[in-house]
Ligand binder design. Structure first.
Ligand code: DAH
Length: 339
């Protein structure tokens, strides 16, 4: 029995010394010291020993157990230390390495321009009004003095949903919605999407954005319109820009005008950018037609107003000298990241 105990001690020491894994170590502990382990098996034979031998063997068995336990404990300690040393090396963070660059998002140029325009008008005491993109014939045309079969409708080829419902072709519809619901003084701008059945090219898109403006009060004149638009354009295009009002016709304004910006390239003398005009057409405007006011229950003998409608794309393209409208919709990061 003594030899057997010695053998177990030697085997245990050998195996434990060469063990490199904490899981394997646990298996070894069970193998040598567990209830069904080798040492326990030997102790079970104690009954067959003589009364003198028994305490001697018992003591020896205890010494062997203690030695194995101690060995296991020191091995655990060593393996744990090795493990943490290895982790320290493996998981070292080099704080001197350059960081991972996070791409920052930016506002789209159309959004930047719209935000600027909103700020300018809010500063002049305007409110921002909204209207639906799916609109009725009444608000989009009829109430704007464009009855059915009016030739002015032809310039805005429309996506009809049915005879009376359509995708709005202009934000002018919001003028009517506002005047039907509010009494003067009225000062609003209304930005939003509009739709026309146009083929995509450098200056056309079936979906684009307009900003409508409307002021109705006592004593409003064309001079107020001129002053408001001049201030807007100076803020957007710079203090030295110049605008001009050129006679035009819209069914819902009288008189009507188209507003042009003096070409920033040639300053009015004519160049390829302005097609030799010296001016670039910016927007439509005019004094709200008495019939339109009346239709909304506002007395044209007491009140007058001006209105204008501009394309956000056109304003943005002029501002950043973008020559193709499609660039604004294609979301090419090489283009967008320039702003
Ligand atoms: N609705 C016009 C268009 O889409 C723009 C416009 C012209 C709006 C004159 C107005 C206006 O309010 O008075 O081309």
């Amino acid at each position: 029995m003594k030899e057997q105990l010695e053998k177990i001690r030697q085997a245990a020491e050998q195996e434990l010394d060469s063990c490199e894994d904490l899981n394997v170590l646990e298996n070894l502990r069970v193998k040598f010291l567990g209830k069904k382990g080798e040492l326990t098996a030997i102790l079970k034979q104690m009954g067959s020993l003589s009364a003198e031998e028994r305490p001697v063997m018992g003591q020896l068995a205890n010494t062997v157990r203690a030695a194995i336990e101690e060995k296991i404990a020191s091995r655990v300690q060593i393996l744990k230390e090795q493990e943490s040393a290895r982790k320290l090396v493996e998981e070292t963070v080099d704080v001197t390495l350059p960081g991972k660059k996070q791409d920052m998002g930016k506002l789209h140029p159309l959004t930047v321009t719209l935000n600027d325009i909103k700020e300018i008008f809010l500063g002049m005491g305007f409110e921002i009004a909204e209207g639906p993109e799916v609109e009725t014939d009444h608000y989009c045309f009829e109430a704007l003095n464009m009855p059915k079969h009016h030739p002015a409708r032809d310039t805005q080829d429309t996506f009809y949903i049915n005879e009376n419902v359509l995708l709005r072709t202009q934000t002018s519809s919001v003028q009517i919605r506002t005047m039907e619901n509010k009494r003067p003084p009225i000062r609003i701008i209304s930005p939003g999407r509009v739709y026309r059945s146009d083929t995509v090219d450098a200056t056309h898109s079936p979906l684009f954005h307009q900003i409508e403006g409307l002021v109705v009060d006592k004593g409003i004149t064309m001079a107020d319109l001129n002053g408001t638009l001049e201030l807007l354009m100076k803020r957007i295009y710079g203090e030295d820009c110049q605008i001009r009002l050129r006679p035009h016709h819209f069914p819902y304004t009288e008189p009507s005008a188209e507003v042009d910006l003096m070409c920033f390239n040639c300053h009015g003398s004519g160049c390829s950018l302005c097609k030799n005009e010296g001016y670039i057409e910016l927007l439509g405007a005019g004094m709200v037609h008495p019939k339109v006011l009346e239709g909304c229950g506002i007395d044209p003998e007491v009140y007058s107003g001006f209105a204008f409608g501009m394309g956000l794309e056109r304003i943005t393209m002029g501002r950043y000298q973008i020559n193709d409208m499609r660039l604004l919709y294609e979301n090419d990061m090489r283009f967008l990241s320039q702003f």
